[in-house]
Design a protein. Structure first.
Length: 256
C-alpha cells in the first residue's frame, strides 16, 4: 500500500511522480511505500533535517524482510569517476544522489534504532528520466541493483524485489521482524498525525458570533414578512427554519 494514496497536487516533481505511479502498482499485501517523509533529528549534537523520497517496506510472506530507502533524481544525469562527482543537466551537483541516499539511510536507522536493529536496510537511487546502457559497468560507489532507471518504471515489482533480495542476502545476520511488531511501531510512527483541541473560550466566542449572525438574519426575515408576499427561507438542518415558520404563523394569528 502506498501512502498517501494519490500523488499530492502541490508536488510538481515529474521524476518523483513517475516513480510514485510505478510504485503504486506494487502488490499492497507485499509492500508498504511511504512517499516524501520529512524528519527532524539530532546527530552528533547537530540538527539534521532531512527528507526521504520513498521508504519501501518488503513484507512478503507476512514478514518484514527489508526496508529500501529510495532517492529519486530527475533530468539528465551522469557521473564522472575522474572528478568523483555527479552532474545534473550539465551542472555539477553539490552532493551526489548516492551520498544523499546513504546519509538518509543512516539518519533513518539512527532515528528508529530501537526498532530497526533486526531489519535489513539499504538504499537505491532511481533516475526515471534517463536509461542506463545495457553494457554499462557500475562505478565503485554503486552496485548494479542500486541504480534504477526509466526502464525500471515498466516492471517495478521485478526491480524492487531484486533490490530487496540483495539487501536480505547482504544482511544474513538480520532476520527481520513480524508484521505485527512493524505495524505497531515503525508503521504507526511513520503514519502518525496530530490533532488540536480549541480552548473553551475560543469555542464560546465562535458560538456567540454564530448566534448574533443568526439573530440578525431572523430579524431581517420578520421585517420582510409584511413587505414580501412570498418569502422563501433556505438553510441546512437545525438552522431554525421550522422555528421561524411557526413563530411567523403565531405572529400573523395574533395580529388577525
Amino acid at each position: 500500500m502506498i501512502f498517501p494514496a494519490t500523488f499530492p497536487l502541490d508536488k510538481k516533481n515529474s521524476a518523483e511522480r513517475a516513480v510514485f505511479m510505478a510504485l503504486s502498482n506494487l502488490p499492497a499485501d507485499d509492500f508498504d511505500i511511504f512517499y516524501s517523509k520529512s524528519f527532524r533529528g539530532v546527530t552528533d549534537r547537530r540538527q539534521d533535517d532531512y527528507e526521504i523520497d520513498f521508504i519501501i517496506t518488503d513484507k512478503r510472506e507476512n514478514w518484514i524482510n527489508s526496508i529500501i530507502i529510495v532517492e529519486v533524481k530527475g533530468g539528465n544525469l551522469s557521473y564522472s569517476g575522474t572528478d568523483n562527482c555527479w552532474f545534473q543537466n550539465g551542472n555539477r551537483m553539490d552532493e551526489g544522489p548516492d551520498e544523499q541516499a546513504r546519509k538518509n539511510k543512516h539518519y533513518f536507522i539512527n532515528k528508529y534504532r530501537g526498532t530497526l536493529t533486526q531489519i535489513p536496510i539499504d538504499w537505491v537511487v532511481w533516475f526515471p528520466e534517463v536509461e542506463l546502457p545495457a553494457d554499462c559497468e557500475m562505478p565503485t560507489n554503486l552496485d548494479n541493483w542500486q541504480l534504477l532507471d526509466n526502464k525500471s518504471l515498466t516492471n517495478p515489482l521485478l526491480h524492487i524485489s531484486e533490490a530487496s533480495d540483495e539487501i536480505i542476502n547482504n544482511h544474513e545476520n538480520l532476520p527481520g521482524i513480524s508484521t505485527a511488531d512493524y505495524e505497531c511501531s515503525l508503521k504507526a510512527g511513520l503514519l502518525r498525525g496530530i490533532g488540536f483541541v480549541q480552548p473553551l473560550n475560543i469555542l464560546l466566542k465562535q458560538y456567540e458570533d454564530v448566534y448574533y449572525e443568526l439573530a440578525e438574519e431572523q430579524l431581517t426575515y420578520f421585517e420582510s414578512l409584511l413587505s414580501i408576499p412570498k418569502l422563501a427561507v433556505s438553510g441546512g438542518a437545525g438552522t431554525g427554519k421550522t422555528m421561524l415558520a411557526t413563530s411567523s404563523a403565531i405572529e400573523f394569528s395574533n395580529s388577525g
